[in-house]
Design a protein around this ligand. Structure first.
Ligand SMILES: Cc1cc2nc3c(=O)[nH]c(=O)nc-3n(C[C@H](O)[C@H](O)[C@H](O)COP(=O)(O)O)c2cc1C
Ligand SMILES: O=C(O)C(=O)c1ccccc1
Length: 341
C-alpha cells in the first residue's frame, strides 16, 4: 500500500508522511528492530481460532495513531478514517492537527456504527490554558472517549525532507479545523511548548473526567511519573522517528517500560508496526495494543475509507493467523516465552 500511495501522492506530501527527523536512523530502526525479533511457537495447544477483542481499546489490539492532515491523503480526510475505524470497531485517535472538525469526524464515525468504540482525541500541550480548556470541552461535547496528550514534542522535530521540499504550510483550503475560533473563524497555529511540565497533566486531569493517556513516553522514570500523575495509560513511542533522531526503536523501548509500570496501567506502543507478527511481538513484550500511523495514511491515499478498511482487514487477518500459529487463543495470552532469546 505504501508503494501504491507513493505513486499517487505529490512527492512532497509522500515525503511529509514517510519521513523522519534528521538522518532517519530511528525511523528505519522502528521497522528493522521488529525484523530482528523472532517468534518461537508452541504446538498442539488446542487454542482454537483466536479471539481478538482487546479491552480497553476495541475489536483487535490495534488503534489508529494520531496523524496530522488526513485531507492531504484523501479529499474526505479524517471522515474517511473515522468510518473505517467505526466499521472495524477500533479506536481512532483524532489528531489535534486534523483537517476536519472533531464534530464532523464524530458524526461520520456514528453514521457507520453508533456502538463502535468512540474515537480519542490527541492534544499537544498549549501555553494558552484557556484555549486548551475550551478545546477539551468542545472535544467532550463532540463525543470522544479519551484524551491522548503527546508529550514528546517540546519543539517540532527537524525533518530534512520537508526542509528540502519547502513543505511548510497546508495548501489553500486545508486548515487545522480544531484550532478554528468559533467567533472569528480565524485558525490558530498549534504551539509546541518547551515550557510545559507535569502541571499540564495535573491541569488536564482536573479539566476533564475522561481518561487521559500520555503518548511519547520513552524513559521508565517517566512511565512511573505517568502512573503517579493518574494517567489512564501510556503510549511508548518515538513519534514514528520524527522527533529525536537517535532514539531506540519503539519496540526496544517497550520492555523496560512494561517492567517499570508493573501492570498498574495499560501500555500501548507505536512505531514500525507493519505486520500482524509485529503486533504479536509487541504484545509478547507486554503491550496491551499497538498504534499504526503511516499505514493509515497509505490506505487513505490509495482508496480513502476503503483503503483504511483494507489495511485493517489485512492486519486483522495477519494477527489472527499469527496468534493461531503461535498456539495462542487471545492477545492477552501472549507472553515473552514466544520470543526467541
Ligand atoms: C505524517 C505524520 C503525522 C503525525 N502527526 C501526529 C500528530 O498530529 N500527533 C501525534 O501525537 N503524533 C503524530 N504522529 C506520530 C504518530 O502518532 C505515531 O507515533 C507514529 O506515526 C507511529 O509510527 P508509524 O508511522 O511507524 O506507525 C504523526 C506521524 C506521521 C507519520
Ligand atoms: O506530529 C507530527 O509528526 C507532525 O508531522 C505534525 C505536523 C503538523 C502539526 C502537528 C503534527
Amino acid at each position: 500500500m505504501e508503494a501504491a500511495a507513493r505513486e499517487l501522492l505529490p512527492p512532497p506530501v509522500y515525503d511529509f508522511f514517510a519521513g523522519g527527523a534528521d538522518d532517519e536512523n530511528t525511523l528505519r530502526d522502528n521497522v528493522s528492530a521488529f525484523d530482528r525479533l523472532r517468534l518461537v511457537p508452541r504446538v498442539l495447544c488446542g487454542a482454537g481460532r483466536p479471539d481478538l477483542p482487546t479491552p480497553p481499546v476495541g475489536a483487535m489490539p490495534v488503534v489508529l495513531a494520531p496523524t496530522a492532515f488526513h485531507r492531504l491523503a484523501h479529499e474526505d480526510g479524517e471522515r474517511a478514517t473515522a468510518r473505517a475505524a467505526s466499521a472495524a470497531g477500533v479506536v481512532m485517535v483524532v489528531s489535534m492537527a486534523a483537517t476536519v472538525a472533531v464534530e464532523e469526524v464524530l458524526d461520520a464515525h456514528r453514521g457507520v456504527d453508533p456502538d463502535a468504540p468512540a474515537p480519542w482525541f490527541q492534544l499537544y500541550p498549549q501555553p494558552d490554558k484557556a484555549f486548551m480548556e475550551r478545546l477539551v470541552k468542545r472535544v467532550e461535547a463532540a463525543g470522544c472517549g479519551a484524551f491522548v496528550l503527546s508529550v514528546d514534542s517540546p519543539v517540532f522535530g527537524h525533518r530534512r525532507r520537508d526542509v528540502r521540499n519547502g513543505f511548510l504550510d497546508l495548501p489553500e483550503g486545508l486548515h487545522c479545523e480544531n484550532l478554528r475560533d468559533p467567533d472569528t473563524g480565524a485558525v490558530r497555529t498549534i504551539a509546541f511548548d518547551p515550557r510545559s511540565g507535569w502541571d499540564c497533566v495535573r491541569r488536564l486531569r482536573e479539566t476533564t473526567p475522561l481518561p487521559l493517556w500520555l503518548k511519547g513516553i520513552a524513559h521508565p522514570d517517566d512511565a512511573r511519573l505517568a502512573v503517579r500523575h493518574g494517567a489512564a495509560g501510556i503510549v511508548v513511542s518515538n513519534h514514528g522517528g520524527r522527533q529525536l533522531d537517535g532514539m531506540p526503536a519503539a519496540i526496544d523501548l517497550l520492555p523496560s517500560i512494561v517492567d517499570a509500570v508493573g501492570g498498574r496501567i495499560p501500555v500501548l506502543m507505536d512505531g514500525g508496526v507493519r505486520r500482524g507478527t509485529d503486533v504479536v511481538k509487541a504484545l509478547a513484550l507486554g503491550a496491551t495494543a499497538v498504534g499504526v500511523g503511516r499505514p493509515v495514511l497509505w490506505g487513505l491515499a490509495t482508496a480513502g475509507e476503503a483503503g483504511v478498511t483494507r489495511m485493517l482487514d489485512l492486519l486483522r487477518a495477519e494477527i489472527s493467523r499469527a496468534l493461531a500459529l503461535c498456539g495462542v487463543a487471545r492477545p492477552s495470552d501472549l507472553t515473552r516465552s514466544v520470543l526467541c532469546g
